[in-house]
Design a binder for this molecule. Sequence first.
Ligand SMILES: Nc1nc2c(c(=O)[nH]1)N[C@H]1C(S)=C(S)[C@@H](COP(=O)(O)O)O[C@H]1N2
Ligand SMILES: [Mo]
Length: 241
Amino acid sequence: MADQSKKRQGGGAPVGRRALLGVLAAGAVGVVAGPPLQRGWGKALAAASQVDGTGLTGLLPNPGGFRYFSVVGSVPRKSERNYVLTIGGLVDRPGTYTLPQLRALPQTRVVGDVVCTDGWRVDGTPFEGVRLADLLDAAGVRGEAGAVRFTCFDGAYSESLTLEQARRSDVLVALNMQDKPITHEQGGPVRLYVAPMYFYKSAKWLSGIEVTEKVVPGFWEERGYPVDGWLDGADRGDEAA
Ligand SMILES: Nc1nc2c(c(=O)[nH]1)N[C@H]1C(S)=C(S)[C@@H](COP(=O)(O)O)O[C@H]1N2
Ligand SMILES: [Mo]
């Protein structure tokens, strides 16, 4: 996976995701003074590594090795009162779930190694929540469906899985992380947890599950990341290695 965080920009030098995040963050928090292409990617990269993609990292605690990631500068808070998860698309019974409704469903615990493509990892992290497969079954996935797209209430991030991946028992609509309710900073109250894949697949601030015919590339996939974000050594089930 060493090279997957690089992406070619207009035939020039490969640009790391940090630089890209720095560019995105520049608009949001105004850390980078000028347009990065004028300033040169070297400077943008230096700035990006200081602001860590969001400009917020330095201001936030770094709980147990996790790094805060957001592609936008600020994300609205959702709570008990106003959180809603929508499930729709190619299903027979589209619907919504509140937090109490999600908590009332059978909960599954998955302990996995959290690995970001930027090089940090937190091994043996417990997550708890509802199996995505259960929500898909309850909604009644139609025959022509082949993939699932996830959207977030940050208004920007998205992710996708094939239907086969989405139905794995180690893919959760997670409510707890490290045996506590997921904090706002870590994508709470509800985030996706895709245990066998790099952590960019685990969308924070999850608000929508849409069953689609084909995979719709997510935020990072549109910027050069693979749709199949398997961790090294992940059990891919029946999928070809
Ligand atoms: N909505 C949203 N989800 C996201 C991201 C993001 O920027 N926005 N970043 C992804 C990446 S690259 C990682 S490593 C993890 C970071 O999760 P953390 O902030 O809880 O450490 O969230 C993933 N999910
Ligand atoms: Mo990441």
